[in-house]
Every structure is written in structure tokens, then in C-alpha cells.
Design a protein around this ligand. Structure first.
Ligand code: SUG
Length: 446
């Protein structure tokens, strides 16, 4: 039977902006207040998705969220017409208001954790939306994310959807950004690596001092239980607290895996040797490529700046792997030299493709942040809502949709413009028809 790893990329929403909302994410803070270009952002993301589809991968699209989030603003006590709610919130509680306008759902690596059917006890594909409790603006995502996932994977014979974990920092969960799967083939049972930044209940354990650790061990364990994963095929890995303090707010900023390759920085994990030994033990006797990058070759700061590890490692048609990297990697002399050398070495990675996703990068979101990986067999792929898969026709429609609805400049001071709310809602209304999602947004359910 055929097996696929399908990337579901997040469409960038019409309110894409730079509000400096993510303490611990260096790019988000340093670009705060800059003018954004939502049209360009959406096109950059879509272009990357299309390029992967042209490389022979099956590619999906996940819809963005409704923003500004008027429902949450009302829940927080702002009243009146929608326009009045926006105006009052922007004036009286600007930080709350900005959080309710973020297009952060574009980073679908944070949408959910997904376990393929080959790994789960009941043989279904399991999805748990991430609660994203550490950042208020992101904590607004999971309910609608759950609806979008259900509308995308809408067949309960094959897909099992869980509710997000309790909204509390004990169970802080950032989804697939802290999750990687290693396997010999996408259809074979694999091992699932869950990276976490701290223990929820044990303050004596190592934890970062400066920046928050967004994911807890206890959250990761709960996901593994929900998904019916066996202990023999799960590895919990503590992130090195020192790199979190340098700006590695998710593990996918410092490590990425695909099939039998794990590409990571030597400082990524706490007690690395122990971690690698457990991975190798659980993976079994088959060849596993650990590509460990030394600080002497690429300092952590350079890895964060260029997002060398926020790359996608994909399988190409002829069996070789390729790295999908942001152009920031190409612009860095040491990182591009490193990658040029890597493809000459004895690993499955033989090519590098560079992409311009700068609009997203300025908020700390590289190519890997923009996609949610879902490994599927042929029957499961058949059961996916077909309109969410990127065909030539859907690509053309989505491009035209972006041209019709998106602005090419947005300042944070524009966000309370009631016209933007209307533009955003009419764009999303049309999008739910293009992707045949049904009424997933609060404004469609009023
Ligand atoms: O959660 N940035 C996102 C970036 C998420 C990247 N995802 C992965 N690494 N998988 C975050 O910090 C910034 C929004 C702003 O500042 O306007 C933001 O939410």
C-alpha cells in the first residue's frame, strides 16, 4: 500500500501583522510595529506549498482563523457593535486587542500533534489540537483549529480527533513544533519524539531562567496516552534550557527529523548522549542518521537567525531527501557553506531548495513552522476533504482569492479599522466555500 507524508500548510490570514507578542521569540520582538504585507505573506506561503507539490509531494492547506477575534473581546467585557468593540479594546486595552488580531494560526506546526495510524493502538490517525497556553494570542486558537481539522479530516472511520488539553500551564502544549517522528517508511510503525521544556510539577528539575519553556513533559505524556502510543516507541526529550534562554522557543528551531534522519544542533537537548542512545535503542537495528551540528561550525545564534533547523526534510520522487530552507540560510555564508557540504556527505539528504518566506520569518516562523505533517496511507488520503489538497486548480483559486481580499500593507494601528474586520470576514466566508469546510468560524455561527 502506498504511504504519504502530506504537509498541510497554514494559509496566512488577512490580518498578518507584527505586534511583538511572543516573549522568548527573538524575531517577533525585534520586528514589533514594523509594517507587514499580508498579501505577500500569504503568497509566499502558498508558493512554498505549490513548489513542494511540484516536487511530487501531496500538499494540503489549513484555513486560518477569524481575526480580529471579536468573540473573545466580547468575552473580555467590550460591548456594542463590532466596530465599537474594536475601537474600545484598541483604546482601553491595546495589548489585549493586538493579541486578538494576530494571524498566528499560519504556523500550523503548532496547530496539533498528529500520530499516524501505524503508531496508534486503534489504527486510526489521531489529532490533538495544541492548547498554546503560554501566549495569550495563541491560546485563542485551539477551538477553531479543532473545527478546521475536523472539517479537513472529516471521516471518523480513519481519523480520531481529541479535544485540546486543559488550558493551564501545567499542560502547556505547542503541538507538532515539539514533536518528530522517525521511521523506515511512512507506513511502518515509527518512534515519536516528544520534546519538552520543563516539568509541570517538579520545580527542582532544570528549566530555563530567562525565557519561558512553553511545553511540559506532562502535556507530552498526555498526548501519547490519548493517541494510544506504546512506551516502546516514544522518547521524551528535554530541551536544553540554555538554548531556550537563547531564543529556541520551540524544538523545531533547533532540530528536525524525517524517516531515518535526525538533524539537530549539538546543544539542542539536555543530556544528548543519553537521548541519542534511547532513540537508537527504540528505533532498532536499522540505519539511523544522526546529523549533529557542532557549535564550532554553526553557533546557536546563527542557527536561530537563519532557521537552519526550521527546515523541512522531504522525500523526493527518486528516493533522495531534500532540505527546504528559508533564503536566510542561503544569505548566511557559514550556513550555506554548511549545507553545500552536507549534501556531499554520506546521508540521504542530497539537495537544498531555498524559499522566500520572509514575511513569516520576521515573526519567527520558518518553512517548518508553516506546515503540519500528516502521514497517511492511500485509503486515509482518499478520506481527506479533497478541496483542502493543493491541486493546480485550487492553487489558482487561492491566488485569486488572495488578490481579491488581501491588503498589501498593514500597520498595527490599522487593526481596529472596522473595514478590515469586514474584509477579513468576507475573505474567510469565501474561503470556507473554496475549501468546502462548512461553518467553522464564530461569525458564521452567530
Ligand atoms: O508562537 N510567532 C509565533 C511563531 C511560531 C513559530 N512556530 C514554530 N516554531 N513551529 C510564536 O511565537 C508572533 C506574533 C507577533 O508578534 O505578532 C508569533 O506568534
Amino acid at each position: 500500500m502506498n504511504h504519504f507524508e502530506v504537509n498541510f500548510d497554514g494559509l496566512v490570514g488577512p490580518t498578518h501583522n507584527y505586534a511583538g507578542l511572543s516573549f522568548g521569540n527573538v524575531a517577533s520582538l525585534s520586528n514589533a510595529q514594523a509594517a507587514s504585507n499580508p498579501k505577500k505573506a500569504a503568497k509566499q506561503g502558498l508558493q512554498k506549498a505549490k513548489a513542494l507539490s511540484d516536487l511530487g509531494l501531496t500538499q494540503g492547506i489549513l484555513a486560518p482563523q477569524e481575526r480580529p477575534d471579536v468573540l473573545t473581546l466580547r468575552r473580555l467585557g467590550f460591548t456594542g457593535t463590532d466596530a465599537q468593540v474594536l475601537e474600545k479594546a484598541a483604546k482601553q486595552a491595546p495589548q489585549v486587542f493586538l493579541a486578538c488580531c494576530s494571524a498566528s494560526s499560519m504556523w500550523t506546526a503548532n496547530a496539533a500533534t498528529v500520530s499516524p495510524s501505524a503508531d496508534t493502538a486503534d489504527g486510526k490517525v489521531h489529532f490533538t489540537p495544541a492548547n498554546l497556553t503560554n501566549k495569550f494570542h495563541r491560546s485563542l486558537e485551539p477551538t477553531v483549529t479543532g473545527r478546521i481539522l475536523q472539517a479537513t479530516f472529516n471521516n471518523d472511520k480513519y481519523f480520531q480527533h481529541h479535544r485540546h488539553l486543559p488550558d493551564n500551564e501545567h499542560f502547556g502544549d505547542e503541538g507538532a513544533a515539539n514533536h518528530t517522528r522517525l521511521c523506515n517508511d511512512y507506513g511502518h510503525a515509527g518512534i515519536e519524539l516528544f520534546a519538552y521544556g520543563r516539568y509541570a510539577f517538579d520545580g527542582s528539575k532544570p528549566a530555563p531562567q530567562k525565557y519561558p519553556a512553553r511545553q511540559t513533559l506532562e502535556a507530552s505524556q498526555a498526548i501519547a496516552r490519548l493517541h494510544g502510543l506504546s512506551d516502546d516507541s516514544v522518547v521524551y526529550i528535554q530541551q536544553n534550557p540554555d538554548v531556550i534562554d537563547q531564543g529556541v522557543f520551540h524544538n523545531d528551531v533547533i532540530a528536525v527529523g524525517n524517516q531515518n534522519v535526525l538533524f539537530f544542533h549539538e546543544q539542542a537537548f539536555y543530556q544528548t548522549e543519553h537521548v541519542l542512545a534511547e532513540i537508537q535503542h527504540k528505533f532498532g537495528d536499522e540505519v539511523l542518521h544522526f546529523i549533529q551540528v557542532a557549535s564550532a561550525d554553526i553557533p546557536v545564534q546563527e542557527a536561530i537567525k537563519t532557521y537552519l533547523f526550521n527546515t523541512q526534510i522531504i522525500n523526493q520522487r527518486h528516493g533522495e531527501m531534500a532540505i527546504i530552507a528559508p533564503i536566510e540560510c542561503q544569505e548566511s555564508a557559514i550556513v550555506s557553506a554548511y549545507l553545500d557540504n552536507l549534501v556531499q556527505q554520506n546521508t540521504p539528504i542530497k539537495q537544498v531548495h531555498y524559499f522566500d518566506v520572509k514575511q513569516s520569518m520576521r515573526n519567527g516562523g520558518g518553512p517548518a513552522c508553516l506546515r503540519l505533517r500528516v502521514a497517511l496511507n492511500g485509503q486515509e488520503l482518499e478520506a481527506v476533504n479533497p478541496y483542502t489538497l493543493l491541486t493546480e486548480q485550487q492553487f489558482t483559486r487561492l491566488n485569486m482569492w488572495i488578490d481579491k481580499h488581501y491588503r498589501d500593507e498593514l500597520l498595527v494601528t490599522d487593526l481596529h479599522d472596522p473595514q478590515l474586520l469586514m474584509e477579513s470576514r468576507s475573505a474567510l466566508d469565501e474561503l470556507t466555500q473554496i475549501l468546502k469546510l462548512g461553518s467553522v468560524y464564530p461569525f458564521q455561527q452567530e
